[in-house]
Write a protein that binds this ligand. Structure first.
Ligand code: F6P
Length: 342
């Protein structure tokens, strides 16, 4: 059997570990051959391939990014896109696909599976907001990077008696902010799921200044102020690639805190630092296990499935179930962080 592999959407540490596991297991135990498709769904759409075998996978386990490249191309929004994909798979002699991606990439995989394409999915996102799986790989790495940043910011904030606002990724879900905020001892954690009250945030900041410590406020890029806070929202404008740029909440929050409390404040936007570089051991372990299970699913003819971490087991769930809804931070989980605010 010839199997195509692609990685789509925002990159994330651990993608190469999945590719390596798929290829190693598939070659050794199932006698498969592989074709690498470049740049997500753009690869099979435009026939962009690269050789993919055990040789190409040597040394990639600790490397961030993806050797296959990535894009946010959606064949369903391109005239004749699906037919072109089917034609190219046939021309490349590809019998089945392993698609590694987040909500959008796996959403495409779900629709293609319904149209008869033999595809299995592997979930990835640093945001950890896919509902079908307990964790996605890349998340642990992002949380560790954000936690290290918070640890470092504590010392400079204390030396200057300043407020440090740390903006982390998390468009719809506040998992990175919540986990890193708890791990880093933040004075407040602001997430998209819970509109924040700027007056309460400033009260936490002032409380923290009563001790010898300076406050660190962790904010998800998608966090929004509650009505009546007086803070304005980001414009939500789309860039040239049709992507809504969030950004800016950290800066606006720092100046609002400075204005209201009279304490000097600075904002740090971690941005794509959270997505780059080497994956943690946990992410390599999870990504590898997803890859092994995905290629076994291909061997079993178990198409239209997504790999999912359930407890410590890797299960196969229907693709449609895995991407059905976003997994958000619950009020109970947020309340655990709130105990340490101020
Ligand atoms: O979905 C993952 C993610 O990292 C989000 O947290 C973030 O909003 C987005 O990707 C950034 O995307 P881009 O790399 O296109 O700027």
């Amino acid at each position: 059997m010839r199997v195509g592999v692609l990685t789509g959407g925002g990159d994330c540490p651990g993608l190469n570990a999945v590719i390596r596991a798929v290829v190693r297991r598939g070659t050794r135990d199932h006698g498969f051959e592989f074709v690498g498709y470049r740049d997500g769904w753009k690869g099979p759409l435009e026939g962009l391939t690269m050789p993919l075998g055990v040789e190409q996978c040597r040394g990639i386990l600790p490397r961030g990014g993806t050797i296959l490249g990535s894009s946010r191309t959606n064949p369903f929004s391109i005239e004749g896109g699906v037919e072109r994909i089917k034609d190219n798979l046939a021309a490349d002699g590809v019998d089945a696909l392993v698609a590694i991606g987040g909500e959008d990439t796996l959403g495409v995989a779900t629709k293609l599976a319904d149209l008869g394409v033999k595809v299995v999915g592997v979930p990835k996102t640093i945001d950890n907001d896919l509902s079908g799986t307990d964790f996605t790989f890349g998340f642990d790495t992002a949380v560790n990077i954000a936690t290290e940043a918070i640890d470092r910011l504590h010392t400079t904030a204390e030396s200057h008696h300043r407020v440090l606002v740390v903006e982390v990724m998390g468009r719809h879900a506040g998992w990175i902010a919540l986990h890193a905020g708890i791990a880093g001892g933040a004075s407040a954690v602001l997430i998209p799921e819970q509109p924040f009250d700027i007056a309460a945030v400033c009260a936490h900041v002032e409380t923290r200044f009563e001790s010898e410590y300076a406050p660190i406020v962790v904010v998800s890029e998608g966090a929004v102020p509650a009505d009546g806070s007086g803070m304005t929202l980001a414009s939500g404008e789309k860039d040239a690639f049709g992507h809504v740029r969030l950004g800016g909440i950290g800066d606006r929050l720092a100046s609002e805190i400075e204005h209201r409390t009279g304490k000097e404040a600075r904002a740090v936007v971690l941005g794509h630092v959270q997505r780059g570089g080497t994956p943690t051991a946990f992410d390599r372990w999870l990504a590898t296990r997803f890859g092994l299970q995905a290629v076994d699913a291909v061997a079993d003819g178990d198409f239209g499935t997504m790999m999912a971490l359930r407890g410590t087991r890797i299960d196969r769930v229907p693709l449609a179930e895995g991407t059905a809804e976003l997994k958000l931070v619950s009020a109970e989980e947020y309340a655990e962080a709130e105990v340490f605010f101020g």
